[in-house]
Design a protein around this ligand. Structure first.
Ligand code: PBG
Length: 331
């Protein structure tokens, strides 16, 4: 780009001098329309339980979900994401609880869809909340078996669609699962159910608090590097996304968020499709604790979220959704 102008006739500070001018020239904005609120669900009745590693975030029993969803509705947050904390005794090596009509996600869907028909609901498709080993897939001969796992993921997707899930979000990183899920959804009359693919999901150290929140942390004895992406790679994300679009993904997700803004920008520029970002649990807890300890100001939250917009994200899954929506106005 050719730089126009020259000091002293050009002074960029001239348009920074007052707040009203800064408002007029601002290039990117965050609105409540951009926010997706993740919600953790737990077994039992009448309980709201704090999550130690995520200050300010709770696990809700299904009967208590109304409390938090009412807040999201009032603040005009368009969509929520449901994550289950499955009790230990319902986990096994195959993750078969994922296919139970009475698992936490299905019960939540029935509860929410009856009472809040207008809020969008997305559900993860992956087996890690249900497996004793904490992996997203099924293990055969010591390895995560791609094609065997897909069979279960397809069933899990159909079950969630049956109970009203609007957006199926495979977060497992198996090859070919988007095509298989799309085909099965279409065959079963779920043509209008969206697929939001966690297309570029990195094997990240920033998921720690989430694994604690869903109770898979202690189960997982190794890493997820044979299916989630290597953080050294960028071109590989283009291939992942290209394939997922071909297979029928409506929206793609980049995850984690802040350390991967370059990936968001690259994907948006190259593919021109809706890109969502996931500001993950580790990012949340680091910011939250930094603010609590007075190391940074709480405007850092807004800064982190606007950065996603600047990079090209359409929407952001963030544990700050409620907190930040209170500060924003919709338009
Ligand atoms: C599970 C899943 C994970 C997250 C969302 N879905 C964790 C993982 O892959 O281990 C992480 C979200 C967060 O850290 O906030 N497939």
């Amino acid at each position: 780009m050719k730089i126009l102008g020259k000091f002293p006739s050009t002074r960029l500070r001239r348009v920074r001098n007052s707040e009203w001018m800064r408002k007029l020239i601002s290039e990117n904005h965050l609105s409540t329309n951009d926010l997706i609120l993740p919600i953790f669900v737990r077994e039992g009745k009448n309980k709201i339980e704090k999550i130690k590693s995520m200050p300010g975030i709770n696990r809700y029993t299904v009967d208590k979900l109304g409390l938090i969803i009412k807040k999201a509705k009032k603040l005009k947050i368009p969509m929520i994401a449901i994550f289950p904390n499955t009790p230990k005794n319902k986990k096994n090596s195959e993750g078969s609880e994922a296919l139970s009509e009475n698992n936490l996600v299905c019960r939540s869907l029935r509860f929410i869809k009856k009472r809040f028909p207008k809020i969008g609901v997305m559900c993860d498709v992956a087996l890690d909340p249900y497996t004793t080993h904490g992996h997203d897939g099924i293990i055969r001969k010591g390895r995560i078996d791609n094609d065997e796992t897909i069979k279960t993921l397809v069933k899990q997707s159909l079950l969630q669609a049956k109970f009203g899930c609007d957006v199926i979000a495979p977060s497992d990183m198996m090859d070919g699962r988007i095509g298989a899920i799309r085909k099965a959804l279409d065959k079963n009359n779920f043509q209008n159910v969206c697929i939001l693919s966690y297309s570029a999901k990195y094997a990240s150290n920033f998921y720690g608090p989430f694994r604690d929140a869903v109770g898979s942390k202690n189960n997982l004895k190794s890493d997820k590097k044979t299916y989630q992406m290597d953080y050294k790679n960028s071109n590989e994300a283009l291939r992942e996304i290209g394939l997922d679009i071909k297979e029928g993904a409506d929206i793609v997700m980049i995850k984690p968020g802040m350390p991967y803004l370059d990936i968001i920008k690259n994907i948006k520029d190259k593919f021109k499709i809706p890109v969502f970002a996931y500001q993950v649990s580790g990012e949340y807890s680091l910011l939250k604790n930094g603010i609590k300890m007075n190391l940074i100001k709480d405007e850092a939250i807004m800064e982190s979220l606007v950065a996603f917009k600047r990079a090209g994200a359409s929407a952001i899954i963030t544990y700050f959704a409620l907190e930040i929506a209170k500060k924003l106005k919709t338009f």
